[in-house]
Design a protein around this ligand. Sequence first.
Ligand SMILES: [Zn+2]
Length: 487
Amino acid sequence: MLPSILVLVLAAVAQPPRIFDRVVLGGRVMDPASRLDQVRNVGILNGRIAAMSAGPIRGRDTIDARGLVVAPGFVDLHAHGHDDESYGYYAMNGVTTALELEVGVGPVDRFYADRTGKARVHFGGAASHFFARRIAFGDTLIPYDQRLADTSTKWSHTPTNATTIPTVRRVLAEELDQGGLGIGMGIAYTPGASAVEILRNFELCAEHRVICYTHIRGAGGGVGGFGGLQEVLTDAMVTGAALHVVHINSSSGANGGSPDAPEFLRAIRKARAHGVDVTTEAYPYTASSTLLQSSLYDRALDTPGYDFDRIVWAATGEHLTRESFIRYRAQGGVIVHIGGPDGNLHPIFRDSLVMVASDAVGYVNHRGNPRLAGTFARVLGRYSRDQGLFSLMEALRRMTIMPAERLQGSVPAMARKGRIKVGADADLTIFDPATVIDRATVEEPAQYSAGILHVLVAGTPVVRKGALVEGVFPGQPIRREVRGSAR
Ligand SMILES: [Zn+2]
């Protein structure tokens, strides 16, 4: 009898042993926010990180992370694919939060309602200038999932007029009130929008204290125009709005080797030094991707010597000719545009201002730009490990705490993401630093990245032992809490 009495006495005086929902044991925890780089055991309870310990801990489920890096789940600020297949590619690439900020989503309410309870990763979107223009000019309203083949141009090309500016403003304000994460403006895609219309959007961002996300104006086919950058920098300065310039690699012309590309980052750095709240991002491919019917290709047919062969029709993988360009442009759909050598991007990625964001577009017939499947593993494996552009900690910083901190001022939920500490969301990406690599290519895009072994979204594995877990949907809506709203 004595031993069991002893046990009872000990149990009464000692702390009851905590049993976590799940524990990640023996991994090299790398947290760029705190600079922690140590072997730790991580305990997860109710979707949050509840313990970090060098000593033993126990859970109802155990993930053995010995020999692996345990990083905060990657935060992708620029993700267009919001279907189950895309979410699978994100998860296998270590992404736990995928946000459509460049051009936004509309209506915001419907975007969230359609995905809640059905997403492998956290998701969210900005209020959309495109959507507001569709309403202002009486164009068809296209559900988010059907926009890829839409060939209407009323919303994009009709010039601003005195009556449409207030409508655009009203719609964007309503969409922000629905919890939109900021205002997404693909300015290059709306040649009808005047400089004043764009300025008004920046005023709205300033009033609502949200970020304006912009694909700046520029010449067609992914080649940048410096005037496009000057426009948004001026608007941010004049209004005091926060500005995020998406894909500085393609918008500066770096993809094609433009000698002016470094000037874009120089201007952004100088503007920051003068108090403008501006940030930027890049994806690690010189191949771009967009819709062939979009305004980016308005001038292709009139450009002498235009190289149609560099454009790949995603649905079939065929390279275009002048004839097929015309045919497919009338039909509408996704293309991949081949760029220059990969080294063109190294000066962009060497700059500490540049976050990693994928600009992922959902595949068509399992084809499209490999950035959907490979972006984050490519930066870790190729740019950091193999080419030494930056340390592993620095690579992780660009894809975790940097984007999370960018958003958390306007989106409080992001203050619990992008970092590993007690109280943070248990979004974790566990990978082998020796083998992590992208495998998707322009020719064979439907290939998951390698070396990403376990991915937890709010504490639930969506990737386990290197394979996608089917039938689990722990992804939560990332939405602004608007005062006075029910949510
Ligand atoms: Zn873009």
